[in-house]
Design a protein around this ligand. Structure first.
Ligand SMILES: Nc1ncnc2c1ncn2[C@@H]1O[C@H](COP(=O)(O)OP(=O)(O)O)[C@@H](O)[C@H]1O
Ligand SMILES: [Mg+2]
Length: 313
């Protein structure tokens, strides 16, 4: 592979609940890009717009050719930082403003993909006050989650007989709460590169659900990559991933999370949970693992990503 060296700024850290995840993945991305011969600077993004602009535009290496956005969560994954980069006119990795905003807001992403025939768990957005006044709309088990977080932050599965009180639990994820029917079964994920589904991974864990600890602590989950599932289900998962990617207008790499309810007929067994427009890049992350299973190293994946940036309008 002949590589033309580029000037690259990697945005990492940020101020969301997923700061640590971004710092871990971002550091690996910086090393990988350097190993390919690029000129790389890491920028720990704080809530200081003037400082951010100075770091990007006044760096001794000069204006970057491309920005690698390694942020996760609010501010970095929801269209905000993408808007700043549009303003600067610098190509940046992953999806653009509108797509990022839609993916980060789970109810919006579900509405869009549902319109394209992608099955989603039934859900309802309620305010905390509505829940306190009227109770939850579903019989347990159901899932309570923030409309716009990631890494399972704030996700709670309410089991039969359990009494979940949004006020007492100290809900800190904003006014709106997404309440969804619980989909029993298995946990699948599909990585996408340039709109093409890579493969299906099954994530297995012994804890209650795929929570933050399971996601980021080695030894808490195993990945079957590719998943041992019926061929028809595998094909359908990949089809749903590609339809969702196109419907939401994603670019670069992305990943969808699915539930697989084996008790249902195969053709109706999959449910879309969310589109991750800035999927993780830590040593335990799923997209780099799928790429590796296809023979693409971590560094080659990073190179592909910077060669296919989102071009500002
Ligand atoms: N409706 C649901 N039914 C069953 N499990 C769910 C449901 N929603 C979320 N979960 C569990 O919680 C995890 C995190 O939820 P997800 O919607 O993917 O949000 P996040 O952005 O935090 O990853 C999922 O991977 C799954 O294990
Ligand atoms: Mg998820």
């Amino acid at each position: 592979m002949t590589i033309t060296p580029k000037k690259i700024a990697v945005l990492l850290g940020g101020w969301s609940a997923e700061r640590e995840v971004s710092l871990t993945g971002g550091a690996l991305i910086v090393e990988a890009l350097k190993s390919l011969g690029h000129q790389v600077t890491a920028i720990d993004v704080q809530r200081d717009l003037v400082g951010l602009l100075q770091s990007i535009l006044q760096h001794p290496m000069g204006k970057p050719d491309v920005i690698f956005n390694a942020l996760h969560g609010r501010g970095g994954e929801d269209g905000c930082i993408q808007g700043v980069l549009e303003f600067l006119g610098i190509p940046y990795t992953h999806s653009g403003v509108l797509c990022s905003a839609m993916c980060m807001d789970k109810p919006t992403a579900k509405k869009i993909v549902s319109a394209y025939g992608v099955r989603c768990p039934e859900g309802k957005v309620m305010t905390r006050d509505e829940i306190l006044k009227n109770g939850f709309p579903f019989e347990a088990p159901f899932v309570v989650k923030p409309t716009n977080e990631g890494s399972s932050v704030g996700v709670h599965i309410v089991r039969k007989g359990e009494n979940f009180d949004v006020a007492r639990e100290g809900w800190v994820y904003g006014h709106d709460v997404l309440v969804e029917r619980y989909i029993p079964g298995r946990e699948l994920t599909v990585g996408l590169i340039g709109g093409k589904a890579m493969m299906v991974t099954e994530i297995k864990f012994t804890s209650d659900f795929y929570d933050y600890t399971v996601k980021y602590t080695a030894g808490h989950a195993t990945h079957d990559c590719p998943a041992h599932i019926p061929l028809a289900v595998e094909k359908e998962a990949m089809r749903m991933a590609e339809v969702a990617y196109a419907a939401l207008g994603c670019s670069g790499v992305a990943r969808i999370d699915l539930r697989f309810d084996e008790s249902r007929p195969e053709a109706e067994s999959l449910y879309f949970l969310e589109m991750n427009n800035q999927p993780g890049f830590t040593p335990l992350s799923l997209v780099p693992e799928q790429a590796a299973a296809q023979g693409m190293s971590y560094a080659q994946l990073c190179q592909w990503i910077i060669e296919h940036p989102h071009q500002p309008d």
